[in-house]
Design a protein around this ligand. Sequence first.
Ligand SMILES: NC(=O)c1ccc[n+]([C@@H]2O[C@H](COP(=O)([O-])OP(=O)(O)OC[C@H]3O[C@@H](n4cnc5c(N)ncnc54)[C@H](O)[C@@H]3O)[C@@H](O)[C@H]2O)c1
Length: 337
Amino acid sequence: MTYQKGYMGGPAKHLNQLPCKGLTLWGDCVHVAPGFVQILHKMIIIRACLGNLETEPLWWTTWKGSVHMSPNIMKKKRFLGKTAIITGAGSGIGRATAIQMAREGANVALFDLVNERTSVLEQKLNKLRKDCALAIDVDTSDEKRMEEAVRRTVEHFGGLDIVFANAGINGAVGPIEELSLSDWERTMSVNLTGTFLTLKYSIPHLKEKGKGSIIITSSINGNSRFASFGWSPYSTTKAGQVAFAKMAALELAKFKIRVNVICPGAISTNIDESTEFNEEVETIVIPIEFPEGAQPLADGPGKPENVADLVSFLASDDAIHITGAQIIIDGAESLLS
Ligand SMILES: NC(=O)c1ccc[n+]([C@@H]2O[C@H](COP(=O)([O-])OP(=O)(O)OC[C@H]3O[C@@H](n4cnc5c(N)ncnc54)[C@H](O)[C@@H]3O)[C@@H](O)[C@H]2O)c1
């Protein structure tokens, strides 16, 4: 008999639970008789129409997931019973990470400024799994509100395991002498003070658990790239976040709390909405001739889901020996600029 090789992506122990005969397991791959894949897809559609995601067995989630998710997402349920705070969860990188973590079993507290995007995401995730998401209207640079938001999260979900300090703005962009003090302070307070407050109020709860994972979103700007003219406030905050993450990694290692910092290159999100260009910026630009194209690996900006994959890895026990790491995720963009 001829066999067709189909990628299943799920751990072998899940595949063992499939109510099907004639499967030969070989690593992450399974060999199935021709025609079986089509029957299986029909089964998936019928089962999906029946709904009730909450009570479905794990083998079904794995199979159904294979239709909608990338293989690396569907592999595991790494966050069952865990709670994550995700700041800036209403859009872009934070949103993609919230979706991925929730799909992998996490309860997610969605911290963002009040907006419809965040409450729509909360509803979407709660449909995926009942009561797994809680949207909290909070400005991460506001100490009182941050303290209260973390307290509400812990009360609601019963603890805290993962913190993704991700909220950020591009802020004011222009020549240094044209920037006002309030331009400067706003970027500092959202990107840097917001990160500090997120950690300050989360750490006691992670300590209580006896372990935890913190991931901070910095950028290639201010770290491996300095040619974004006029972006001095933003780049300064992004360099500051790396120093802060490394200091925190050492301070918290003895409590088994890992702290890592990621440095994305251009990612397709809504971040441009938070950019305030001063037209004088043109006067300080040094023309640079780039090779043709954008990011060598993707020939364009990355996707928020690419970053979510990295954050989920760092948040999980797969990264149990990784702390204090600064990881660039930019498709080699910063090697060119
Ligand atoms: N998109 C990129 O190209 C890129 C590159 C490098 C780094 N980053 C960083 O990634 C992080 C996420 O950005 P994104 O690209 O997903 O942008 P985004 O604008 O799509 O999402 C950011 C979210 O943060 C929220 N936010 C902003 N200020 C806040 C505050 N004070 N309190 C609470 N929430 C707040 C916004 O409402 C928004 O929902 C930022 O720290 C950004 O600097 C982005």
